[in-house]
Write a protein that binds this ligand. Structure first.
Ligand code: ADP
Ligand code: MG
Length: 390
């Protein structure tokens, strides 16, 4: 349905039929702020998509429009910008420019984008735009790349073109997610493993509707604190390149040698890596309650040790307690706002969604959005132009 509507809009705008590519947003079950410490994460792709429709032009222009944002952008593929313009189209342009730098041809094309991933809520609409755009550009130029390589290029676009120092998790799971599975990713080696996720459990994602302005600055500050922990610990232990290399025992043994803030940040990362491994083991035993317990523990650690939660996230996490079918949950994403992720028995998910919204609104005066999701498939071609008829 979405593809057909998008093809119709594309046709009325550009007078030709497009090929359409889609890529999903994601939610991270556990493993928060571990990615840039070269540790482990356990995200799922979710059913919300961004679609990118593309068709060739017979000149060198690249025209980009989105149904979700105003403005019509025009570039020349022979002189694409190398850095962000500070506009929404940076994520699309970043994919084109980074592909081109990696030696892929980019020819003139018309693009139209449509997204249903909530924007700016920590469900990674940005990665979904980058990935769907990259697939569209590759197809347009008769190229293909292995999905891990597409993820790597999209991450580079976000790091170097857009200028956001994100890890590779978002792009990776948007490319390689599988329905009914969470994806265990080793952020150092990029080895990944699909972990079956029980069908009778829903991922209920609760959007606090708040994003605090300090988020970006605090994110960078946490990264620096983690780097500082590595620098200090490597005076005692050889071979430490990242917090990933530090065992809980090693950290414990040096607790009084580190400034207390640095120790707390490191303690979160080191124990969060262990929680990811424990959650994978619990999932493989089908022990959803144990996964839920680990998620609650992860939230407390993010709140008290890593200090990236917010009043609204804490209210949303507490509001879930005691509701029928609730198995555990936590804040998800970088923090200071955005969403919580909750494991809820699928049979109770609708009533959980209604009740948590009422509880959150009573406490904060804010009406939250609540999404009931299941682990979904990663990016793919949605429709080729030759199979479209209007
Ligand atoms: P998040 O990834 O958490 O949703 P970001 O701030 O990282 O938030 O990315 C949001 C940005 O991604 C938007 O400001 C816009 O530039 C781009 N984007 C997301 N969805 C779309 C869309 N449907 N059309 C165009 N650009 C989009
Ligand atoms: Mg993003």
């Amino acid at each position: 349905m979405h593809e057909r509507d998008l093809a119709e809009s594309f046709f009325s705008l550009y007078k030709s039929l497009p090929s359409i590519f889609r890529a999903p947003g994601r939610v991270n079950l556990i493993g928060e702020h571990t990615d840039y410490n070269e540790g482990f994460v356990l995200p799922c792709a979710i059913g919300f998509q961004t679609w990118v429709a593309i068709a060739p032009r017979d000149d060198h222009k690249l025209l980009i429009q989105s149904q979700n944002f105003p403005g019509k952008f025009e570039f020349d593929v022979r002189s694409l910008p190398e850095k962000r313009l500070g506009n929404w189209c940076d994520y699309v342009l970043g994919a084109a420019s980074t592909l081109q730098k990696a030696g892929q041809p980019i020819e003139g094309a018309n693009l139209l984008i449509k997204g249903e991933v909530p924007i700016g809520s920590g469900l990674s609409s940005s990665a979904s735009v980058e990935v769907a755009s990259a697939l569209a550009f590759l197809h347009q130029n008769n190229r293909s790349l292995p999905m891990p390589e597409v993820a790597r290029i999209c991450r580079e676009a976000e790091n170097n073109f857009v200028g956001a120092r994100v890890g590779i998790m978002d792009q990776f799971v948007s490319c390689l997610g599988q329905a009914g599975h969470a994806l265990l990713l080793d952020c150092r080696s990029l080895e990944s493993k699909m972990i079956p996720f029980p069908d009778e459990v829903s991922l209920v994602i609760c959007n606090t509707m708040v994003k605090h302005a300090i988020a970006g600055g605090e994110y960078n500050a946490r990264r620096e604190e983690c780097d500082e922990a590595v620098r200090l610990l490597s005076a005692y232990y050889g071979g430490i390149r990242a917090l990933r290399d530090v065992s809980p025992e090693q950290l414990q043994a040096r607790s009084s040698d580190l400034p207390s803030t640095i120790y707390q940040r490191a303690l979160h990362v080191v124990s969060e890596n262990q929680r990811v491994k424990d959650a994978v083991e619990a999932l493989s035993r089908g022990d959803v309650d144990e996964v839920g317990r680990l998620m609650r523990e992860s939230h407390r650690s993010l709140r008290d040790l890593f200090k990236v939660s917010s009043v609204e996230l804490d209210v949303m996490v507490e509001a879930a307690e005691g509701l029928p079918g609730y198995r555990g949950g936590r804040m998800t994403g970088g923090g200071f706002g955005g969403c919580t992720v909750n494991l809820v028995d699928a049979s109770e998910a609708d009533s959980f969604a209604k009740q948590i919204a009422v509880r959150y609104q009573q406490k904060t005066g804010i009406q939250p959005d609540v999404y009931i999701c299941f682990p979904a498939d990663g990016a793919a071609a949605a429709q080729k132009s030759h199979s479209l008829t209007l």
